[in-house]
Design a protein around this ligand. Structure first.
Ligand SMILES: *Cc1c(COP(=O)(O)O)cnc(C)c1O
Length: 377
């Protein structure tokens, strides 16, 4: 009855897809092209088609994908890059590594996605202060759901800013009937093992419809190389997707859609049982979530601790994304102007993520539900 439930179950997944996985990996060992082998291109072609964009570039991680995209715009000293305060650290880390300044924007209290009105005022403020040059917006598709792309595109257009979609958590999600990946100037995703489309190691990709950006990103991912390997056109990085990870992703690709369906089923079960007693991030209208993370909102920190302990006693893991918004993190707070970002700060004290992955059975989902209801009924 009380067998441990896992937050992520890659072992069960490996067994489920075992044969095709093994064949794919064996093939890489036999051809021996471990760097940019044919699997990388094959995966890029498949994913570009799946997302509905012209180009996909496989890279070494989601973080490196952000770096390549921002290097492609020459983001650097004196530039302001606008991003939500409530996201994973990688979104803010890369602008800083490149010498730019992250500007933290508060989220919408219903969907927890970046709030376009707050974004607009943050841009106006930077323009008025006239110390930094507004350069780029990074919209994050948080937890599997899309950011408000119509509004973000409008603002980026009006302000002439580069618009990047950080879709690390939401590959396979949809916005207004289209897969995420084509809404911004470029979109990045991550194949970190716990993401909805995860490898068994690090990996990532960039999507774009621009031939010019595609060629630039390909060059940047391989040390800025030109037509030949020893022609160096620009400063780049070693940011290639590993062939074995590409082979693993190709094996898993055939299961992605059914896994997304299973995640949606689990989310629907959670919603039906929990919506009347806990607050849950609102579903973004006209969209489909990839359900990287299923979160609920408790009344306060103490109640969250109580729910976590209750779950733990029943062998059920939970997690907090994120315990602190980025503008309050020691690494970043000196870049923040002190503005109170009320929603991000409030939500980080109350949010709790429940297990959601395709290997969970309905009985296990019910155990999680019953454990939450013990506290919240
Ligand atoms: C995971 C994640 C990243 C980074 O991806 P890696 O592949 O781990 O480098 C970036 N942004 C967000 C929002 C993420 O969740």
């Amino acid at each position: 009855m009380n067998d441990p439930i896992l937050f992520l179950d890659l072992n069960k997944q490996q067994v489920r897809i075992g044969k095709i996985l093994k064949d794919r990996i064996d093939k890489v060992f036999s051809h021996g092209k471990f760097i940019l082998g044919p699997e990388v291109q094959e995966l890029e072609d498949r994913l570009a088609e799946y997302v509905g964009v012209s180009y996909c570039i496989g890279v070494s991680s989601g973080t490196d994908a952000i770096q390549i995209a921002l290097m492609g715009e020459n983001v650097g000293r004196g530039d302001a890059v606008f991003l939500p305060a409530f996201t994973y650290t990688a979104t803010a880390e890369v602008p800083l590594l490149l010498g730019a300044t992250p500007i933290f924007v508060d989220i919408n209290p219903e969907t927890f996605q970046i709030d376009p009105i707050n974004l607009k005022s943050a841009i106006d403020k930077v323009k008025k202060e006239n110390k930094l040059k507004p350069k780029a917006i990074i919209g994050v598709d948080l937890f599997g759901q899309p950011a408000p792309w119509n509004e973000l595109c409008q603002i980026a257009n009006d302000e002439n800013l580069f618009l990047l979609d950080d879709c690390a958590q939401s590959f396979g999600g949809q916005y207004h009937g289209k897969k995420l990946g084509s809404q911004a100037d470029a979109t990045i995703t991550s194949f970190f093992p716990s993401k909805p489309f995860g490898a068994y190691g690090d990996g990532g990709a960039i999507f774009t419809n621009s031939l010019e950006k595609f060629e630039l990103y390909r060059s940047l991912r391989s040390h800025g190389e030109g037509q030949t390997r020893y022609q160096v056109l620009r400063t780049g990085i070693n940011g290639r997707l590993d062939t074995i990870q590409a082979a693993i992703l190709l094996a898993k690709f055939g299961y992605l859609e059914e896994e997304l369906v299973r995640r949606e089923e689990i989310a629907t079960l959670y919603d039906a049982a929990l919506l009347s007693c806990v607050k849950i991030p609102a579903r973004v209208l006209n969209s489909k979530s990839a359900w990287a993370i299923y979160s609920i909102l408790l009344s306060d920190e103490a109640e969250r601790k109580f729910v976590q302990d209750t779950l733990k006693a029943e062998n059920i893991p939970s997690a907090i994304y994120y315990p602190l918004p980025l503008h309050l993190q020691p690494a970043y707070h000196s870049y923040h102007d002190g503005t109170y970002l009320s929603v991000s700060e409030e939500v980080s004290k109350r949010i709790l993520a429940l297990p959601i992955h395709p290997e969970l059975s309905n009985a296990q989902v019910n155990r999680v539900i019953q454990a939450v209801l013990k506290v919240k009924k």
